[in-house]
Design a protein around this ligand. Structure first.
Ligand SMILES: [Zn+2]
Length: 290
């Protein structure tokens, strides 16, 4: 595809995303990999709704600005995905409301922020990983994305927004939209005990459409086996197993109170805490060497 056409496409998709309220103000950025190893990137402080094809930042293979306006400060998010996903031809980053909201929920699994709710989510996004919160511009966020080793085409930055790669610009845009719509569905159904796709249905999709999902058994399949309240000893044992496995768990609450004390005094926090502990026990069960 010619560079002229790509410049126009970035503007066209950018406007479409902006006009549908998928990224407000001057938030969000788009990049496309070029045949010569360089990139076209949306400029800093530019609204995706009002991009100019002639002002697009043109970077060389080393990320140096060759022409156009200065690039978005979020270039490192994009390069981290390109470096680890060699098939990526484009990256889209938005501050889309439902995805950002999802990133702040206590129960989400950092290796699968959404359950397999619809076939299209599985097909377009696979699984989405969560990267912890970092101050804007902190280079550590790119390291965190690289830490995922290219296993995820879609990544959600906590309290910030999604970063999604695709083989083409269109694929990256559509996957970002799918993630946003699925996050919206999740929020609509939260607490209503919805039926998600079964492991068999997911297996069928991966087989028929040749999908490669990261090794990860989603909590849905295991949660059914967990019932009742964990004892203090169970919580401690779970924490210990996770520590030994070197796995960081952001679910662990900032509380020194023993579980039983905590549970007695604060019924709302209790249900939230039970969800956290449940996740922890499940993760520990999976981390445990067999
Ligand atoms: Zn951002």
């Amino acid at each position: 595809m010619s560079e002229t056409k790509l410049r126009e496409d970035i503007c066209r998709f950018g406007r479409s995303l902006f006009e549908r309220g998928l990224t407000p103000g001057s938030s969000g950025n788009i990049s496309v990999r070029l045949d010569d190893g360089g990139w076209l990137v949306t400029p800093t402080n530019a609204s995706l709704g009002f991009l100019d094809p002639a002002k697009m930042s043109r970077l060389d293979g080393n990320g140096r600005l060759v022409s156009g306006d200065a690039p978005t400060k979020e270039v490192p998010l994009h390069t981290a995905l390109y470096q680890t996903r060699t098939s990526a031809g484009a990256v889209v980053h938005l501050h889309s409301t439902h995805s950002v909201a999802l990133s702040m929920l206590p129960e989400i699994d950092p290796r699968a922020v959404l359950p397999a709710m619809t076939a299209y989510y599985v097909m377009k996004c696979g699984q989405t990983a969560l990267v912890p919160y970092y101050r804007p511009g902190d280079p550590a966020v790119a390291d965190a994305i690289r830490g995922l080793a290219g296993k995820y085409s879609s990544v959600l930055l906590a309290n910030h927004g999604p970063v999604v790669s695709g083989d083409t610009l269109e694929a990256a845009v559509f996957a970002t939209e799918e993630l946003e719509e699925t996050a919206k569905l999740y929020l609509l159904l939260r607490g209503l005990n919805p039926r998600y796709l079964s492991p068999e249905q997911i297996k069928d999709l991966t087989k028929v459409f040749g999908l490669t999902l990261p090794e990860h058994e989603h909590q849905e399949t295991v949660i059914a086996s967990w019932s009742g309240r964990p004892t203090d000893a169970e919580v401690e044992a779970a924490a210990l197993i996770l520590d030994r496995a070197g796995r960081h768990h952001h679910w662990w609450p900032e509380s020194d109170e023993p579980y039983e004390e905590f549970a007695k005094t604060d019924p709302i926090a209790k249900s939230e805490f039970e969800g956290i502990v449940e996740q922890m026990l499940l993760a520990a069960a999976k981390a445990k060497p067999r």
